[in-house]
Design a protein around this ligand. Structure first.
Ligand SMILES: C[S@@+](CC[C@H](N)C(=O)[O-])C[C@H]1O[C@@H](n2cnc3c(N)ncnc32)[C@H](O)[C@@H]1O
Length: 268
């Protein structure tokens, strides 16, 4: 099982939205930042009336369930994902889909003509792509001159406190390299720069203060690392372990390291 093996991603991790929902729930309920993630992403996309947007690896379109109503008039949105299960769920979840198209697409080989879109979004997905540079090159190809590319990811220390807790729970636990390692806040700029004139990193200021032990255990069991290290029958013990920390301290602090690369001017 690897985090950029398309077969594992399609058949197991993202066969349906269950795993992703467990993770999104923690961030939606317990983030300390002033702005919610969906609003932050929307501000960076900054869509204008009449534009055509493409999202790669949209999942079940969790952000669009909030952001769709914020779109200016006449914006067209194409939502794509490797997993048909995710696309199916996205289609079910979005209530006003008249200007939205849903497609199963591998990000490394897009079935769109050159210069078709005003913005391409890759939100927490490039680290799953076998060769991220291929997907970035494809994004540049399908963008109009002056078009923008938004790529969200995490940094190497993202949620490091959770790994420390898991080691206390299970001393043999070793966090594998951070999930974002193939495309992270630390190495993402260098991967985008060959394909775009300008790249800037916009950090997202927020941490987690988690007060629900069961939801945090669900989070752990949703991740590829958690699924390797722990068996399902440990989930109650893990939740009890987290609960003791919450009873003692009032909550569990976990720092986040997240942001969006905003790139403009696709190179030809
Ligand atoms: C962490 S989820 C993020 C989903 C969504 N962007 C969000 O932020 O809620 C990653 C998504 O990328 C998709 N994905 C993984 N590899 C892909 C690839 N090579 N091409 C297109 N989508 C891919 C997965 O199926 C999954 O839905």
């Amino acid at each position: 099982m690897t985090i950029n093996d398309p077969r594992y991603l399609k058949k197991f991790q993202y066969r349906d939205p269950g795993n992703l929902n467990s993770r999104i729930t923690i961030h939606m309920l317990f983030s300390t930042g002033r702005q919610d993630w969906a609003g932050f992403v929307f501000d960076q996309i900054n869509p204008k009336a009449g534009e055509l947007l493409l999202e790669l690896g949209c999942g079940h379109a969790a952000q669009w369930q909030i952001n769709l109503r914020r779109l200016p008039a006449g914006v067209g949105l194409v939502l794509s994902d490797l997993s048909i299960g995710m696309i199916w769920e996205a289609r079910k979840m979005l209530t006003a889909p008249k200007a939205v198209q849903f497609l199963s697409q591998e990000a490394q080989s897009l079935a769109f003509p050159d210069q078709a879109f005003d913005a391409v979004i890759a939100n927490h997905m490039l680290y799953h792509v076998p060769v991220p540079a291929r997907a970035i090159e494809e994004a540049a190809r399908v963008l109009k001159p002056g078009g923008r590319f938004l790529a969200a990811t995490n940094g190497a220390r993202h949620m490091a406190e959770l790994d420390i807790l898991l080691r206390e729970f299970e001393p043999r636990f070793e966090a594998e390299t951070a999930m974002s390692r193939p495309f992270s806040l630390e190495n993402g700029r260098g991967q985008i720069e060959p394909f775009f004139e300008r790249v800037e990193l916009i950090p997202y200021a927020s941490d987690l203060w988690v007060t629900d032990a069961e939801l945090l255990a669900d989070y752990v069991f949703s991740t590829p690392t958690g699924q390797i290290w722990f068996c399902k029958d440990q989930i109650c013990d893990m939740a009890a372990f987290f609960q003791r920390k919450i009873d003692r301290d009032g909550g569990i602090f976990i720092h986040k390291s997240t942001g969006i690369f905003r790139a403009e001017g696709p190179k030809r």
